[in-house]
Design a protein around this ligand. Structure first.
Ligand SMILES: [Zn+2]
Length: 392
């Protein structure tokens, strides 16, 4: 039995609203054993427990990035990057994520199940929820990852193929996207409501959730109707792409069915906003507020690996939500407790609660005063192991 006792000025065990001053966390063999006021936790620790104190620091659950692509390199040629990706590339990118405080990732599109193999071979690394090749249409968004299908029979066969590869989630490209040359525009639906329902039905046979990439409002509506678990991007683009088409009745359905929106903006979101210009940036801000006002639960992700979205600095991505008016406690909750629930990992990680995995961060100050403090890390633990060891 190996115990570690970590103490700090405050513990934010999650969800939002819980704050323990002068707190401590007791870990045992990779699992959280106790969380509470320092004196109480010290009282139950074994005399041989390894003890560390972090004056001025904060202990909180480590972060979850709900949308990444380990096979991509954040460069301008994703087709080549995906073709060239090696196990060593994936390890290097996973190491970057770990060092930025991310211990759980959802990989929503690889080539030939590469991220799934990496998950299985790298059990000391970040926790990985992986989809394998995303399901798309011939010449559709991300066809180059190998998941192109044509018609219902092929859709079902492709879901089963990804299940055999070991997928934890089925990713489907309900609309066009940005990164694939000569593919449908972002706002255009690639699959019908019926075809999406077929994907959900086949995935359900393997008890897997479906994550639907959807920029256009038609695709979002179809995905919500089909009963997917998460909608990626959830951009609400109108047909033709000229603006946003915010449909109250669809937003209500998404909230009512408990579908999560993974809004997936990069750490360098300011560059995107600058490119958009003031008017569109304001429309984006209104879109987020409108989703929140309908009770849609949003989870962050960065689409790391796509052009200009790096595997570093997850904290940078959170400043977008602060800029949009979300409070800091809520943002941290989105990236921990809410994300874990959205990924089906609520019983494993995302909170500091006895019995859950020892996945935590120790920051040097108070992230509730300044989210940038999430860049100043004393310690990142995944399953009780320091990230530096886990990244090897
Ligand atoms: Zn993506």
């Amino acid at each position: 039995m190996r115990q570690q006792l970590l103490a700090a000025d405050q513990v934010l065990p999650g969800p939002a609203g819980r704050r323990i001053h002068n707190g401590a966390v007791l870990l045992q063999d990779g699992t959280i054993r106790a969380v509470g006021p320092r004196a109480a936790v010290e009282g139950i620790a074994s005399p041989t427990a390894e003890r560390r104190a972090f004056p001025g620091g904060t202990i909180l659950p480590s972060l979850i990035n709900c949308h990444v692509h380990l096979v991509l390199d954040a460069g301008r040629d994703p087709v080549q990057a995906a073709a060239d990706a090696t196990h060593a590339d994936l390890a290097e990118r996973a190491g970057r994520l770990l060092r930025s405080g991310v211990t759980t990732i959802r990989d929503l599109g690889d080539r030939d199940g590469l991220a799934i193999q990496f998950r299985d071979q790298h059990t000391q690394g970040p926790r990985i929820v992986a989809s394998g090749p995303p399901i798309t249409v011939p010449d559709g968004h991300c066809w180059f990852l190998g998941g192109a299908t044509d018609g219902e029979a092929e859709l079902r066969a492709r879901v089963r193929h990804n299940v055999e590869l070991g997928a934890d989630v089925i990713k489907v490209m309900a609309s066009g996207g940005q990164i694939t040359p000569k593919s449908p525009p972002m706002w255009e639906s690639q699959l019908t409501k019926r075809e999406l329902a077929v994907v959900v039905d086949e995935a359900a046979k393997a008890r897997l959730p479906v994550a639907a990439h959807a920029h256009g409002s038609d695709a979002i509506a179809a995905a919500a109707e089909a009963g997917v678990a998460t909608i990626e991007h959830c951009t609400w683009m109108q047909e033709g792409g000229g603006g946003y088409d915010l449909r109250d009745e669809v937003a209500e359905k998404i909230a009512e069915r408990g579908i999560f929106a993974c809004v997936a903006w990069p750490s360098d979101w300011r560059a995107v906003m600058n490119r958009f210009g003031a008017a569109r940036a304001e429309a984006v801000a209104n879109r987020f507020k409108w989703m929140a006002s309908h009770g849609i639960r949003m989870i962050p992700g960065t689409d790391a690996g796509t052009a200009n979205s790096s595997f570093d600095d997850y904290a940078g991505a959170f400043q977008l939500y602060e800029h949009l008016g979300f409070d800091r406690e809520r943002i941290i909750e989105m990236a921990t407790t809410t994300s874990a629930e959205a990924l089906g990992l609520g019983g494993t990680t995302g909170q500091l609660t006895p019995g859950l995995s020892a996945d935590l961060l120790v920051t040097t100050g108070d992230p509730l005063s300044d989210l940038a403090n999430l860049r100043q890390l004393h310690l990142v633990l995944v399953r009780g192991l320091p990230a530096t060891a886990a990244a090897r």
